[in-house]
Design a protein. Structure first.
Length: 202
């Protein structure tokens, strides 16, 4: 199975941790923000995320399209993926993030392009009679944070975050499956016992 992992503040350590935690996986694409790996079939992404400290998001690659595909055509593809994934009649919530998967920094979809794709996708789904909410990106941002993914319920049954991973030749479409347990990490940091300054000075 092909998976993607968005990397933490020190990408070299994040990548090393991934390689040690998934010894059967091979890295096929990598940049300073994301890695694409060929992982053993049946890899439990929820279990994998619990073992990692330097990975922000994990998901699966579900499609491959030409690089910098026209927003309308890409929206059509994403609409078909949503239709296949969600069969109930509840309200659909979706978000978009874009990452570059080359170290040369090839430009991926920018904030304006993502907004256009999102609007086109929402329009298509509404035309199909679906109730839809598009989670907006902040101005000049190309990615949703793990907190935004979680708080907007994009990992729930009727939610989805599409992650667009671009290089010079293609755009991989991923779907986020897990995000870092940011609230748990925050509790560990802020709710830890008070430091003993005397011990710290010894």
């Amino acid at each position: 199975m092909i998976i993607f992992c968005t990397l933490g503040r020190i990408p070299e350590l994040s990548l090393l941790e991934l390689e040690r935690t998934l010894p059967g996986a091979s890295v096929t694409l990598c940049s300073n923000t994301v890695a694409v790996l060929d992982a053993p079939d049946g890899t439990n992404l929820s279990s994998l995320m619990r073992q990692l400290g330097g990975t922000i998001k994990i998901g699966t690659i579900v499609s491959e399209e030409p690089s910098q595909e026209d927003p309308e055509r890409l929206a059509e593809k994403l609409a078909s993926l949503i239709t296949k994934r969600m069969t109930n009649s509840g309200k659909i919530t979706f978000g978009l993030s874009s990452y570059t998967v080359t170290r040369q920094g090839q430009q991926s979809y920018g904030s304006k392009s993502l907004k256009n794709i999102g609007k086109a996708l929402k329009h298509r789904l509404v035309e199909e009679g679906k109730s839809v909410r598009f989670v907006p990106l902040k101005d000049n941002e190309r990615t949703l944070s793990s907190a935004s993914v979680e708080h907007n319920k994009l990992l729930a049954e009727n939610g989805v975050e599409f992650v667009l991973l671009s290089d010079e030749k293609r755009t991989l479409i991923g779907v986020t499956a897990e995000v870092q347990a940011f609230e748990e990490y925050s509790r560990r940091d802020w709710d830890r016992p008070q430091r003993d300054m005397d011990v710290g000075l010894l």
